[in-house]
Design a binder for this molecule. Structure first.
Ligand SMILES: [Zn+2]
Ligand SMILES: [Zn+2]
Length: 140
């Protein structure tokens, strides 16, 4: 096992195409989830002008687990965990006051949700949770 996930993640960046790298860098720098049109707007100065280029880059980055879609906002965030991959379980907290989004990881969540599914005689395959919260800053 490689115990330096950060180095790992940076190494993987080398395999990205130019457009994927630009999109990922933009999302990593952003403090909030970005919608596709604002990604496109930000990227026009880098010569990325076609929406299709942005969507293709986003699709691939999502597949690699480097970017996640916040479904309820129809927006995208960079992954903060180097272990996410396609079909990873994902969870986010979204502050209802300031819109700040954080990625959350807790192995107990899967167990608890799967227990819930078992009660319905089914099996949990994956989850994507979006929890609406008031964040620490906004509680003050
Ligand atoms: Zn992630
Ligand atoms: Zn907040």
């Amino acid at each position: 096992m490689n115990n330096s996930p950060l180095t790992n993640k940076n190494n993987q960046k080398e395999h990205l195409t130019k457009n994927q790298e630009i999109v990922l860098n933009l999302l990593e720098k952003s403090n909030e989830p970005l919608k596709a049109y604002s990604i496109l707007f930000n990227l026009s100065e880098h010569g990325v002008k076609a929406p299709l280029q942005v969507y293709r880059a986003l699709d691939k980055l999502i597949e690699l687990g480097k970017v996640h879609k916040i479904e309820s906002k129809n927006a995208f965030v960079a992954c903060i965990n180097s272990n996410c991959s396609l079909n990873s379980n994902t969870g986010f907290t979204i502050c209802q006051q300031c819109d700040e989004v954080s990625e959350i990881h807790d192995n107990k969540i899967f167990k608890n949700l799967n227990d819930l599914a078992i009660q319905e005689s089914s099996k949990l395959n994956r989850y994507n949770l979006e929890l609406y919260i008031t964040c620490k800053k906004c509680l003050k």
